[in-house]
Design a protein around this ligand. Structure first.
Ligand code: DHB
Ligand code: MG
Length: 613
């Protein structure tokens, strides 16, 4: 499939944009007129740069407010178009995007639209230019692809065809199935954009909140399926108007976009099933997606290993020893393995720096992640050590693939390699919560869902004294691997990719949280204190026995319940920018105690302020 991206998607000068798009692997770009107008490069220089970079210049856009106008305006519009055709000839671009009129159309008459657009096509033909007509969702008279297609059919000119943009179609709740019936040769261009579900006017939604495929809520694989079935074999381009992308690192955003198209082709191939890749669009599938069976480990980087080790010991983790070559130690409890890493930890009190997941075939997982442009973490292993397959996520977390095993082979590299008999009641890692700098959030959602084959759940918002925290869970179907991503409030972003001022956590699960909490307290652990008001509210919301309430309050346990079961959990104190959570799921409870998250954030805020002052 030939891929392209509109220059409007990313930050920087036209030259920087072109370099980044070429480096990310796009075949071509759409030149957004504004980017050219403000550029010191002449059209000829832009063409020369594109040639040097191996980029095709696929589309010139947008040409606005043309059809449905009075005769005088029409004559002026044709003159305006002709100047752009001349410019396009200098750029060597042969397709122009014509947006349906949103501003100057005064006459609602399909016959007039047809006549005027046919005249435009005729003029364009003289310059070797083709017109791709796009129905903007907020077009004054033409705002559905069905309508634009009827007009294009009536225009009946070889130089006039359609531009299909997923946003304009799906934002209106329009059924894209009709695309499959459009003759492929009349689809001149295709633009893809995803978007989160938002309730606002479509223009604002489109201009500010579009995201790359896989980062929003549109069913773009189904959209692509209809396109593939039409027999279309042209360019598939990204056109994302997004305030964050336009101020983020240009190279990273371009890679994020490329990843989205690689992921979408694979999703579409899966949806279409056998024969998917034989359609002329030539979508490529990825090496097989695998369902992760669980966490291999979680890693904490710290220059104060004693503080972290102390907490683990209080929770009943066993010290499994030092790695025979690296400055890392292993602690385990049941299937929960936590690595304390003091390498490159200068200035880091403690942070959640990485994790591993177990898949049936780690090499296959690595091939898939590499195909999705996941940046490899360099790791050396010597003879007798397990090879490590790792990647750096956009939030700088290091993610590794391990092989499904109750006792991973790499644990033998620690201490004397013995598996200690377990005494505690911790059974495994339940979830890992990662703080996201605001500019990495959408990129992280796509990165983790695509490379680790996780599904994104609808997002939530958690009020806290520091601001509203946006939260989204990514998980396997069975919940064996769960990640919770939090966008940290403004001011706590920290520097670089990490969000160190906002605590992240590793949650472990147990079958008996009451005993575990008692043992931890007896071992000297202090939990995050929970205010009395919380327990009064619990008593009002749930018919809990007095005895249960006293027990919860005495141990600073939090409680939630849904139609499936119950959830009990507690939090440790924060060390650096990380803490631990212990959870017990009773029955089929599948959430994360969301109603309790504001209590936790407020308690941490109180606590940190008290210790700071
Ligand atoms: O928001 C707009 O004006 C606009 C312009 C060009 C497009 O292709 C589009 O989808 C929207
Ligand atoms: Mg568009």
């Amino acid at each position: 499939m030939r891929t392209s991206i509109a220059t409007v998607c990313i930050s920087g000068t036209l030259e920087q944009k072109m370099l980044a798009c070429a480096k990310a692997g796009f075949d071509g770009i759409e030149i957004f007129e504004q980017d050219l107008t403000v550029s010191p490069m002449s059209p000829e220089e832009v063409l020369a740069l594109a040639n040097r970079l191996g980029l095709s210049l696929d589309l010139f856009q947008p040409f606005r407010d043309f059809e449905g106008v009075d005769e005088n305006t029409f004559v002026a519009n044709l003159a305006r178009a002709e100047a752009k055709f001349q410019l396009m000839n200098r750029l060597g671009i042969s397709t122009m995007l014509l947006c349906s009129n949103v501003g100057t159309a005064t006459i609602n008459d399909d016959e007039l639209f047809v006549t005027q657009i046919r005249a435009l096509g005729e003029l364009a033909a003289g310059y070797g230019v083709k017109i791709a007509y796009e129905a903007l969702a907020w077009g004054t008279f033409v705002n559905t692809y069905g309508h634009s297609w009827r007009i294009v059919q009536k225009v009946n000119h070889p130089n006039v065809g359609l531009c299909l943009d997923s946003f304009h179609i799906l934002s209106r709740g329009d059924d894209p199935a009709g695309i499959a019936a459009i003759p492929a040769e009349k689809i001149f261009f295709v633009q893809l954009a995803d978007a989160p579900v938002l309730s606002m006017d479509i223009l604002s939604w489109s201009r500010h909140y579009r995201v790359f495929p896989g980062e929003g809520a549109f069913e773009l694989d189904a959209f692509m399926g209809h396109l593939v079935r039409s027999g279309y074999d042209g360019i598939v381009s990204l056109e994302i108007f997004n305030d964050v992308f336009r101020q983020s690192n240009v190279e990273r955003t371009a890679v994020d976009g490329m990843r989205s198209l690689i992921w979408l082709q694979d999703k579409t191939a899966t949806l279409l099933g056998a024969g998917a890749t034989t359609y002329p669009l030539g979508i490529s599938a990825l090496p097989g997606a695998q369902e992760a069976s669980g966490f291999d480990y979680a890693e904490i980087r710290t220059e104060d290993p004693e503080a972290v080790a102390g907490m683990l010991a209080q929770l009943g983790f066993s010290f499994r020893g030092q790695h025979r070559r690296k400055p890392v130690t292993l602690w385990s409890a049941g299937n929960a393995r936590i690595i304390i890493n003091t390498q490159r930890s200068r200035g880091i009190t403690a942070e959640v720096s990485g994790f591993g997941i177990q898949v049936p075939d780690a090499t296959l997982g690595t091939m898939r992640a590499t195909a999705l442009k996941a940046p490899v973490v360099p790791r050396h292993h010597t003879v007798g050590e397990q090879p490590l397959h790792g990647f750096t996520a956009p939030d700088a977390t290091e993610v590794f693939f391990g092989t499904t095993a109750t006792e991973p082979a790499w644990t033998a590299e620690f201490g004397d390699g013995s598996a200690l008999s377990d005494t505690g009641s911790i059974t495994g890692i339940d979830h890992i919560n990662l703080a996201q700098p605001w500019q990495a959030f959408d990129e992280s959602v796509l990165f983790y869902t695509s490379t680790l084959n996780l599904a994104a759940r609808p997002g939530t918002e958690v009020p806290s004294p520091m601001g509203l925290v946006r939260s989204q869970v990514l998980r396997t179907t069975d919940g064996a691997v769960r990640l919770a991503l939090n966008i940290v409030p403004h001011g706590l972003e920290g520097t670089g990719d990490r969000a160190p001022s906002y605590p992240e956590h590793i949650a472990v699960h147990t079958d008996d949280i009451i005993s575990l909490a008692r043992q931890a307290v007896a071992a000297g652990m202090e939990f995050l204190p929970v205010p009395n008001n919380y327990y009064e509210d619990l008593a009002a919301r749930f018919a809990l026995s007095g005895e249960t309430l006293v027990q919860l309050q005495e141990l600073n346990l939090l409680y939630d319940r849904d139609e499936h079961g119950e959830f009990l959990h507690f939090y440790t104190e924060t060390v650096g920018s990380m803490f631990l959570e212990v959870v017990q799921r009773r029955g089929g409870y599948d959430g994360y105690g969301a109603p309790n998250a504001p209590v936790r954030l407020a308690a941490q805020f109180e606590r940190n302020r008290l210790t700071t002052y």
